[in-house]
Ligand binder design. Structure first.
Ligand code: BGC
Length: 352
């Protein structure tokens, strides 16, 4: 096990550091202080060959200029809040709106957690290497109420899992919804589209969206729809289902799947790449997951001359269902002073 640190550039005059955690099997994950983002994940394929299985850039400047949230921690509220409006105990709030075409607050606004520098509270290479990051999200940032203290701990375990623990406290009632926005390609970041990846999602429920890309209010069955991943299915079979209106609108799958049972660890998803044999299992005690197949990537240059291309990656964003503050039929995302927001997500890598 080891942890190394190197400079990854500067942001607003401050050094950005890149930490690489390596476990006893040789698997590694690199995390930078800008955006608390995962920058590289090196895992073995069925022939023992290591490859980097997330998209991204060679230095921090790529991430600073990026608007696709590569690898980043997302907050204070990931995903959408319609018109940026909500109320808590009768008090109305208006967040900044940054998804202009549909008037939503998206992924924390103009300067979400992905665009801020995180502090390193500690690193530990005892047994399973970990890094603990903190962020003070001041009262009024992006118009959110209350100062929120965030702590995210990444641990690389002996069984080749990346465990992400999210903690947050607040001094005023506020919505909190944190996730990681890594774009996975299990054949390697530079190996083309993910249409052949097979996905299995361990839920038969999803929340269809309305014209604002927010849930209609229905928890629908996936049966008979393009969103039925209850058995392993090639991503191509879903994203090419142009009969489905939501697939057509979003150029592919970009939907929230519903798991419920807040606070209980559940198996969310298995992703498998037949070419390399790599497998990614996702577990979480959250209630929903945005399954997004890179439909809006436009081919900008990424790592090592590669391109961040249309449909060449998949995001598995564990979180509350979008627009939770305006949907009281969903588990509440409001955190009050004295409470601690706490969720855990595990990305476990293996191969066939
Ligand atoms: C959303 C997409 C959005 C993307 C931004 C995803 O979490 O589901 O709709 O375009 O983030 O890069």
């Amino acid at each position: 096990m080891s942890i190394t640190k190197r400079n990854f550039g500067t942001f607003e005059g401050q050094d950005v550091d890149l930490y690489t955690l390596t476990n006893k099997n040789g698997m590694s994950v690199s995390i930078m202080t800008y955006g608390g983002a995962m920058v590289n994940i090196l895992t073995e394929d069925r022939n023992g060959k290591f490859a980097d299985v997330i998209l991204g850039f060679d230095d921090v400047y790529g991430y600073i200029n990026d608007d696709t949230y590569q690898g980043a921690l997302i907050g204070r509220y990931c995903n959408r809040i319609h018109q940026g409006k909500f109320s808590i105990d009768g008090v109305e709030y208006q967040l900044n709106v940054n998804e202009e075409n549909v008037s939503n607050h998206l992924h924390g606004g103009h300067k979400g957690y992905d665009k801020r520098l995180w502090n390193v509270l500690y690193t530990s290479d005892y047994n399973e290497p970990s890094i603990s990051l903190t962020l003070v999200d001041e009262d009024g940032m992006e118009n959110y109420p209350g100062t929120v203290n965030v702590n995210v701990i990444y641990t690389l375990t002996e069984d080749n899992s990346i465990k992400i623990e999210y903690f947050a406290t607040t001094d005023k009632p506020t919505p909190i919804n944190l996730t990681n926005h890594s774009y996975f390609n299990l054949n390697g970041y530079d190996s083309g589209d993910i249409l052949n990846h097979r996905a299995q999602l361990y839920t038969d429920k999803f929340t269809p969206f309305n014209e604002n890309f927010c849930p209609t209010g229905e928890i629908a069955s996936v049966k008979g729809t393009a969103y039925d991943f209850t058995s392993p299915k090639a991503v191509a079979d879903a994203v090419n289902d142009t009969e489905d209106e939501q697939i057509r609108i979003n150029l592919g799958v970009d939907n929230s799947f519903y798991y419920g049972r807040k606070g209980i660890m559940k198996h969310f998803a298995t992703l498998y790449a037949p070419e390399s044999g790599r497998i990614l299992d996702t577990y979480s005690d959250q209630t929903a997951m945005q399954f997004y197949c890179g439909n809006y990537l436009k081919g900008v240059p990424g790592k090592n001359g590669s391109k961040l291309g249309y449909r060449n990656s998949i995001c598995l964003e564990t979180q509350y269902t979008p627009n939770t503050p305006n949907n009281d039929w969903l588990p509440s995302c409001i955190v009050y002073p004295g409470e601690t927001y706490h969720f855990t997500t595990i990305y476990k890598f293996s191969h066939d």
